[in-house]
Design a protein around this ligand. Structure first.
Ligand code: ZN
Length: 74
């Protein structure tokens, strides 16, 4: 296979639920923990209430990006 595969919406939703509970999700295909990368250039403390999380499976190289809101209630 040469095409870049993607997670299904159901898989993305399930991984997000794990992520917001404070745990690192597993790739539903490979059953290995996702690798987390932070997006945003490493500038912390700018008052952003949200954090973007980029999760990559080191095995199948599928990735998922989530905006996670933290610390504030709207
Ligand atoms: Zn995988």
């Amino acid at each position: 296979m040469t095409e870049q595969a993607q997670y299904t919406p159901a898989e993305l939703k399930a991984m997000r639920q794990v992520l917001v509970s404070g745990k690192m999700p597993e790739c539903p295909r490979c059953l290995v923990h996702m690798t987390e990368r932070l997006i945003g250039g490493g500038s912390f403390g700018l008052g952003y209430a949200r954090k973007r999380e980029w999760l990559i499976c080191s095995k199948c190289h599928r990735s998922a990006i989530y905006d996670i809101k933290r610390g504030t209630r709207n």
